[in-house]
Unconditional design. Structure first.
Length: 138
């Protein structure tokens, strides 16, 4: 898989520090999703790579097909995520992109558009992360 040929990615303008991805080629062409957290769980003789994702859009040829829990699809996503992590490690402008995503204005120039229904009212036009008051950790 190659960046800008098989997929494009960027920091999300909707969810702070999450990665939005659009698949450009292959069986899953047209899917738009965001990766959330990911981690490796080690136990005895195995290492399990787990990650969260939110599916925002899928093409007509995949409507009616359940992708969540589909082993083939999730294996594809794990390979895609590993490619993106490697791309970010090589990107000389990654630090700038991270600072932009972390700024008050958030991501200003998103290439991957999703439906407005996923944004809180008014957030789409302000292009900034929602403000959270009274957030507590547990």
């Amino acid at each position: 898989m190659k960046k800008n040929k098989d997929y494009i990615y960027e920091y999300s303008d909707l969810n702070l520090f999450q990665t939005r991805v659009q698949i450009l080629t292959g069986e899953y062409k047209g899917i738009i999703l965001e990766f959330g957290s990911s981690h490796i769980e080690s136990s005895q003789n195995t290492n399990d790579f787990t990650f969260d994702y939110t599916l925002y859009e899928k093409p007509e040829n995949l409507i009616g097909i359940t992708l969540r829990g589909n082993i083939k699809f999730e294996k594809y996503l794990s390979e895609l995520l590993i490619n993106i992590i490697n791309d970010r490690k090589k990107d000389k402008k990654e630090q700038e992109k991270l600072w932009e995503a972390a700024s008050v204005e958030g991501v200003k120039s998103n290439r991957i558009k999703i439906n407005e229904k996923f944004y809180a009212p008014g957030l789409l036009f302000k292009k900034q992360q929602p403000k959270v008051d009274g957030l507590q950790s547990f």
